[in-house]
Design a protein around this ligand. Structure first.
Ligand code: SF4
Length: 358
């Protein structure tokens, strides 16, 4: 008699949640410790047993460990610098907002295409600022200057501040401050899912939280060290249920083999995952992939195996704001991407608004 051995069933394992960012090394400017937030971060660093050093300026971290440029870059991305924001003149932040509000600079994510690669140059470490009240006082001046118009502030121009919120609490301070300002609005975008500390805050509908989403191909190939799509979407649902204005940024839109399928599936999955009624007031922003020659050189050095297509011959040259030419898709491709994604958005979210395609 032969006994049939049952086949071992395939076990579906739930992927581990993306963890909170824990730096490997922290630098403090001495003055930062005179602020409650600086002291609070110091306590946290000690409790986590993270090595720390003192530094004279958050702009001059020169003694990072690591051999060679690439290793130093990776270590820098896991190094936190706690300091004071001294420049309190805000940059413009078109088309997403009127001004960039600076609460952090640098990010722990490793998105190959990220423009911080070039804008931060030799300082890819993560800087957080403890003098939030000075920053908010500066914001108040801009609000008053522009009254009775509404002034919008983007908190994610130079970082992904949600990924640092468990360390700084700065977004919570900004959200509660802006809630009380009738003529101010805050917005930030994220690729992380750690929204829980923000859900119970009084926001008065003045803060729009946006999640960066993309076709599977883009997230899998170019966005290491960020939260998975499902995690971002689950967080978006929580944010919507907490009454925050919600948005999605599809960026960078990348032309790749199967892009129609990829972006079509993205919008279909999104529609399926969102709580009913999300469409009203929902916004979308679309940004096509672009790069400069400098960015291309930096990316090729830092992510030598990246599949990111940056062939100047296949692109259209566009004059950039910072005096450097950037390379975008030729008009025909741009139109195809914009029209296709716009149609999918309205197919699934007929009540949503599209802020811009750039
Ligand atoms: S999460 Fe955003 S800020 Fe961070 S590396 Fe990626 S694109 Fe850059």
């Amino acid at each position: 008699m032969t006994i049939a051995i049952p086949e071992r069933p395939a076990v579906k394992r739930k992927p581990r949640p993306t963890g909170l960012f824990i730096p490997e090394l922290v630098f403090f400017e001495p003055d930062a410790l005179n602020y409650p937030k600086g002291e609070q971060i110091m306590q946290w660093v000690k409790a986590q047993n993270i090595p720390y050093r003192m530094t004279t300026s958050h702009n001059r971290i020169t003694n990072l460990p690591g051999e060679g440029e690439l290793e130093q870059y990776k270590i820098a991305k896991r190094t936190l610098v706690v300091g004071l924001r001294k420049t309190l003149t805000f940059d413009q932040s078109k088309p997403s907002a009127d001004y960039a509000i600076p609460i952090a600079t640098g990010c722990m994510g490793h998105c190959h295409y990220c423009y911080l690669q070039t804008t931060l140059g030799a300082k890819p470490y993560i800087r957080v600022y403890v003098n939030t009240w000075d920053i908010l006082d500066a914001a108040k001046k801009y609000i008053d200057e522009r009254a009775p118009e509404i002034t919008t502030f983007e908190a994610a121009c130079t970082s992904d501040p949600l990924g640092l919120e468990h360390i700084t609490g700065s977004l919570a301070e900004l959200i509660t401050y802006m809630a009380k300002e009738p003529l101010a609005r805050l917005r930030f975008v994220t690729k992380y899912q750690h929204v829980d500390p923000l859900l119970g805050l009084e926001h008065n509908g003045h803060t729009r939280i946006r999640f960066s989403i993309n076709a599977d191909y883009v997230i899998k190939n170019f966005e290491p060290a960020t939260a998975r799509f499902e995690e971002r979407i689950e967080a978006a649902g929580k944010v919507a249920r907490a009454g925050y204005p919600l948005g999605f940024i599809i960026a960078p839109i990348i032309w790749h083999g199967g892009w129609e399928e990829g972006y079509g599936e993205l919008l279909a999955k999104l529609a399926k995952a969102m709580p009913p009624g999300t469409g009203k007031g929902l916004t979308f922003e679309m940004i096509q992939h672009r790069f400069t020659k400098t960015a291309k050189a930096v990316i090729e050095k830092r992510y030598p195996k990246s599949k990111l297509e940056m062939d100047i011959e296949k692109r259209k040259k566009k004059w950039g704001r910072w005096g450097q030419n950037k390379y975008v898709y030729p008009d025909e491709q741009q139109t195809a991407l914009r029209e296709f994604i716009t149609e999918r958005i309205f197919e699934h979210f007929p009540e949503a608004g599209i802020d811009y395609f750039t």
